[in-house]
Design a protein around this ligand. Structure first.
Ligand code: 5GP
Length: 189
């Protein structure tokens, strides 16, 4: 997606060989028009897959996910990064390792928002090692539903996430794919 790549080049900051900061349009400030265009791109790619819901992981996936759901005219559900206090069988829960924080968190989904007929599109802001996407997929599959696609805003293709997800036969589509990062350097695939 050219619009996104241009924004990454003009405003993105490579903090190291591994981490890209895009605070001015995705992770802190959010550009609604850019999110709207992203929603259109995801809809175009995933439109013929019979998707029934868009799932995302709080919080930076919410903006692109809600725009995708709007374009596809289907509901959007946010997976919460919090341990449910009432583990009375009402929620699905799985442990995920955070790439940015280096710690584990519990990803939680209320059973009210999924059923086994659902075909789910997972949307997230970044793909690194694929931990967040795999955690989301575990919750969806535990509910007996299907992961029909994974849409990523920025994929760091030099990290193993895509390979791991494709190895599990998921259809991964990324709007921007980064080949190399270094201080002051951003290179696309
Ligand atoms: P993964 O679970 O694929 O290892 O990492 C993806 C998650 O970590 C995303 O949800 C995102 O929040 C965060 N993340 C991974 N790499 C980056 C990065 O380079 N920049 C930012 N801002 N977040 C990242």
């Amino acid at each position: 997606m050219k619009l996104l790549k241009d924004r990454i080049l003009s405003e993105g900051r490579a903090l190291s060989k591994e981490v890209l900061k895009v605070d001015s349009f995705l992770n802190h400030a959010v550009d609604p028009e850019l999110m709207y265009e992203m929603g259109k791109c995801f809809k175009e790619y995933f439109s013929n897959k019979g998707i029934t819901k868009v799932f995302t992981i709080e919080s930076s996936g919410i903006a692109p996910a809600v725009m995708t759901a709007l374009q596809m005219n289907i509901p959007m559900v946010t997976l919460k990064k919090q341990k449910s206090k009432i583990l009375n069988g009402d929620v699905y829960q799985t442990t995920v390792h955070s790439f940015t924080k280096g710690t584990d968190y519990e990803l939680t989904l209320s059973k009210r928002f999924i059923n086994e007929d659902d075909k789910i599109l997972i949307i997230d802001d970044f793909l690194a090692n694929g931990e967040a996407a795999q955690g989301a997929a575990r919750l969806i599959e535990e509910a007996g539903a299907k992961v029909s696609g994974i849409g990523i805003v920025i994929e760091k293709s030099f990290q193993p996430g895509r390979g791991i997800l494709e190895g599990k036969k998921y259809d991964v589509y990324s709007l921007a794919r980064i080949k190399r990062l270094d201080e002051g350097l951003i290179e696309f695939v």
